[in-house]
Design a protein around this ligand. Structure first.
Ligand code: IMP
Length: 183
């Protein structure tokens, strides 16, 4: 089976290729632009994005909207994670977190999948903390400042290991449970 992965993020493409291959699914990477509506829910962004893509006649695809939610910042940047990464970046987040003892954060990944005429939306989560400094060269985005085990950043672990514990890896597991019901 082949599923189209629609994203402009090469890091996500690599992770989906690795995560889905273990379920015998191949991916085709497509870049199809769609608008992300302003709302506080990742699932709403995904639901609306899926409608826009289906309106273009595309079927059997995955889209993904993700974000990091930092407790001490009341969940910021959350759904604004892409804009914040582009503007203040990881260094800006570390400045906001300077002298903050509560470093708890979680990453969330919402996958919207259209397959065989059905829409599936799942939300995967990874709890962890914001590190004091950027560490590691793997991964992308917030990986260098987020740790799931309080020691290593997600940019310090191999992608295969990241997929085993990450928000995206957990979302893929939930997705596969749903896909199994319709194939
Ligand atoms: P979006 O899902 O493409 O809107 O991503 C939101 C922001 O979070 C972007 O800046 C991404 O680079 C970042 N991001 C998404 N997934 C991950 C991840 O798995 N690790 C680190 N950063 C991520």
């Amino acid at each position: 089976m082949i599923i189209k992965v629609i994203t402009s993020n090469p890091g996500k493409v690599k992770e989906y290729k690795e995560a889905l291959s273990s379920f015998g699914i191949d991916i085709e990477h497509l870049r199809i632009p769609y608008d992300e509506i302003q709302t506080s829910e990742l699932t709403e962004v995904v639901r609306n994005g899926m409608d826009q893509i289906k309106a273009k006649g595309v079927t059997d695809f995955i889209i993904d909207d993700s974000g990091i939610f930092i407790d001490a910042l009341n969940g910021f940047p959350g759904v604004f994670s892409a804009y914040v990464q582009k503007t203040i970046g990881n260094r800006g987040i570390l400045v906001l977190m300077n002298n903050e003892d509560n470093r708890k954060a979680n990453f969330q990944c919402c996958i919207g999948c259209n397959l065989k005429g059905k829409d599936i939306i799942v939300l995967g989560r990874c709890d962890g903390s914001v590190l004091e400094n950027e560490k590691g060269n793997e991964g992308f985005g917030y990986d260098p400042i987020f740790s799931h085990d309080g020691k290593r950043s997600l940019a310090e672990i191999p992608m295969k290991e990241k997929n085993m514990i990450s928000h995206r890896g957990n979302a893929v597991k939930l997705l596969m449970n749903e896909i199994k019901k319709i194939i």
